[in-house]
Design a binder for this molecule. Sequence first.
Ligand code: SAM
Length: 236
Amino acid sequence: MDARHLSKRLATAAEFVPVGARLADIGSDHAYLPAFLALRGRIEYAVAGEVVRGPYQNACREIMREGLQEIIVPRLADGLAAINADDRIDTVTICGMGGPLIRDILSAGAPQLLHHPRLILQPNVGEDNVRRWCIHHGYGIVAERIIREDRHTYEIIVADYDQGIRQLSPEEELFGPFLMREHAAAFVDKWTRERTKRERILHHVQQAQTSAEARISQLQSQIKMITEVVPDGNGK
Ligand code: SAM
């Protein structure tokens, strides 16, 4: 992958960036996503935020290599601290991290979200954390995608402030309000595998419970036998 050839995962997230956007890509690593959009003239401006020096340097190199310094600004910063009011960011992408980390980045960055940018979020796991955060912070989920790439399944969640579905049932939080209705092949495949995983865990837990019950009853009968031969209180 490079800025000219995006993965299907990032290309799907890129589809939801409005033309002419002022974008903040948080956890940008090589800045492939903003660079891809800038090369196609699809964004006006972008911040590529990274908290780790190595990926930040990757971003700087990619931006220089593609000659995009006028459009993309790399910043070494934690989460949404990478952006400030002068950036006039209207779209935020956070891709390729766990759902709980994306949620924490959004929560910690409340001051940077004052103007309610569109959020395009691609959690690798724990997607329900991201949906819950959106709904509890005035964001409605307006689109979702599920894709399969390199034997992984990825979900992309797009949320706009004060629009879309405002209440989510527990099922919608877990499966995604759009994804559960669409029932695409990747969705059925993902949740079939998730069910098998849970069935396997349940089997192990039940086995452990059965052997714990057997051990409890063995210990109880041994205590009883000992008490019959050496009554409690003797030898004190
Ligand atoms: N967004 C790219 C993508 O989807 O291909 C890179 C994903 S990479 C797996 C996750 C990146 O997020 C890493 O480079 C990591 O350093 C960065 N990251 C993790 N926590 C971060 C935070 N709090 N602020 C900024 N970047 C963060």
